[in-house]
Design a protein around this ligand. Structure first.
Ligand code: AMP
Length: 191
């Protein structure tokens, strides 16, 4: 179901035409990766220079006049968005990765998936105490992934100023879950 734009959030520089353009740039694949899932494929947004530009500006704009020390991106689509936003905000980027991918000492957290659990890691020395960090991923569904990433950042002493997404699936409750973990949430679109 195509639902209303996320008006309640503060993306000052993005207008309704731009949000409509973004919405139409996202491809929906029914029943992927399994029956009943509507997969929101952002590769069609990323390959479209106008859609990519709107996205990165919108995700960056509300933070331009604030001190952000680092952007943390969740593997793998959060790397593409997070790297571009970090460059816009002139701050550093931290990758949050699946277990076993990072070469130096890490902090690790387990989180639940629909079936079973997975683990993600961040370098132990990625953040200094009290740094203001913006967390980025493409989409929040149940919020399990982003909440775990938030735990990693908090455990390293970060002040997580926001978890920001292109897409929120509000029926799955992820944004509410993040907020109740003390992490403000922004999303450009809801589906
Ligand atoms: P969750 O932990 O349930 O919030 O799931 C979020 C992660 O799974 C994100 O990294 C998304 O990229 C991916 N994801 C979950 N549901 C979808 C969906 N319907 N379409 C595209 N990606 C999804």
């Amino acid at each position: 179901m195509d639902t209303v734009l996320h008006k309640s959030l503060h993306f000052g520089a993005v207008n309704d035409d731009q949000l409509a353009y973004l919405r139409h740039s996202i491809r929906t694949i029914p029943d992927y990766p399994k029956p009943g899932i509507q997969f929101r494929d952002i590769t069609t947004l990323l390959r479209d220079r106008r859609a990519f530009d709107i996205t990165i500006n919108a995700l960056s704009d509300s933070w331009r006049d604030q001190k952000i020390d680092k952007v943390a991106g969740i593997e793998a689509r959060g790397f593409i968005l997070g790297g571009a936003v970090a460059h816009q905000l002139k701050c550093g980027f931290i990758p949050i990765r699946k277990r076993g991918k990072l070469p130096h000492e890490t902090v690790r957290v387990a989180y639940s998936l629909e079936y079973g659990v997975d683990e993600m890691e961040m370098h132990k020395d990625a953040i200094e105490q009290g740094e203001r960090v913006l967390l980025l991923d493409d989409l929040v569904a149940t919020g399990g992934t982003a909440t775990a990433a938030g735990q990693l950042l908090h455990s390293a002493g970060a002040d997580v100023v926001s978890a920001s997404f292109v897409i929120d699936l509000p029926e799955l409750g992820g944004a509410a879950r993040l907020r109740s973990a003390g992490i403000p949430v922004q999303a450009l679109l809801t589906f």
